[in-house]
Design a protein around this ligand. Structure first.
Ligand code: ATP
Length: 327
């Protein structure tokens, strides 16, 4: 969700007493949801409201782990991070490594241990369900990367939990009904283009970086394959002329594809979340639809959006988190 629309609310500080850390050793918060649903914003809202807990955010979006293409992959900016420490965000060299779920499992576990040693609370945030699954499941198989449905060695008399987790997890699923999310995503693509996505991609192609990155890593970020034809055909790396020339058509086609593929991604991500829920994960669903409806409704101001977001997303999420931490 666009951060600027949500800045008018003063945070209500929900934690007034220092929480006990004794039972907290394995506790982590996980915010999942489709692309564009406002996960990053919510993570900052939660972190800034937990006064006596030092929250640290661990990115679980598999494209945002890479250095580069910050606008195209929609990374949270330093300014928006509000001094909350962020990990695994823009740190992997995309020309050297393809970042796998196994890598995430290893690195994120180490970061969680570090955060815990500082008595902090890790918040995992991002839409890549394969990364989240690899991190928290006890039954991880690096060959399949996603979902080990059942363990052939499981003893049904002794092992009652079919999906044992390595951490004590509070899953918050930010959901937005798809037609509304799709409208928002289309608007977001236009905003990303206005804030420099085209120029960023132009530089990526002009410098030859697109040939150096691993094609199955950052080369797959939505925006890269879609704009490839444009930059091949028009190597001036400029926006199309407004004279009705061929470049305008190819540009519009690329933008259309980006919008379609982003909506497809959101749909796929939701279906993977449903699989996780069906596999027995206790996902607490937060419905952010009304806040997004307000964003896509042209006559609704930013203050109203922030109000709805606060009431319908932040407040219920904080209740869930406080209950989880107090358990
Ligand atoms: P999969 O099983 O498809 O790998 P996943 O849960 O690991 O799923 P997703 O986050 O759903 O990963 O990403 C799937 C694809 O969506 C990526 O390969 C990429 O094309 C695109 N994608 C994901 N996140 C971004 C992003 N931040 N920016 C641009 N494209 C993205």
């Amino acid at each position: 969700m666009e951060q600027s629309k949500l800045t008018t609310i003063t945070p209500t500080i929900c934690s007034t007493t220092p929480p006990s850390f004794r039972r907290r050793k394995r506790k982590i918060i996980i915010i999942l949801g489709p692309t564009g649903a406002g996960k990053s914003r919510l993570s900052i809202d939660i972190a800034t409201r937990l006064l006596f807990t030092n929250c640290e955010i661990i990115n679980s979006d598999k494209m945002q782990v890479y250095k580069g293409l910050d606008i195209t992959t929609n990374k949270i900016t330093l300014q928006q991070q509000l001094n909350i420490p962020h990990h695994l965000l823009g740190v992997i060299d995309p020309t050297k490594t393809i970042f796998t779920p196994s890598d995430f499992r290893k690195l994120a576990s180490e970061i969680i241990s570090d955060v815990k040693s500082r008595r902090g609370l890790p918040i995992i945030v991002g839409g890549s369900n394969s990364l989240i699954h690899s991190l928290v499941t006890k039954r991880y198989d690096p060959k399949t990367n996603f979902f080990v449905e059942s363990d052939p060695n499981m003893d049904p008399d002794r092992d009652t939990d079919p999906n044992p987790l390595r951490y004590d997890c509070c899953f918050i699923w930010v959901d937005v009904c798809l037609p509304v999310l799709n409208q928002y995503l289309s608007k977001r693509v236009d905003e990303m283009l206005d804030s420099g996505m085209f120029e960023e991609l132009g530089e990526f192609f002009r410098s030859g970086e697109h040939k150096r990155v691993k094609s199955s890593g950052l080369g797959q970020a939505i925006g890269v394959p879609e704009f490839e034809t444009y930059f091949e055909k028009f190597p001036g790396f400029r926006r199309p002329e407004s004279d009705g020339s061929d470049s305008g058509e190819v540009y519009s086609e690329a933008v259309k594809k980006i919008k379609e593929n982003t909506c497809q991604l959101a749909k796929k991500q939701v279906s993977k979340i449903l699989r996780l829920r069906d596999a027995g994960w206790d996902l607490k669903k937060i419905d952010a639809t009304e806040a997004f409806r307000a964003v896509v409704t042209a006559d609704c101001g930013g203050g109203r959006v922030a109000e709805i977001w606060e009431k319908q997303v932040v407040e219920p999420s904080m209740k869930i988190v406080m209950h989880f931490l107090d358990e």
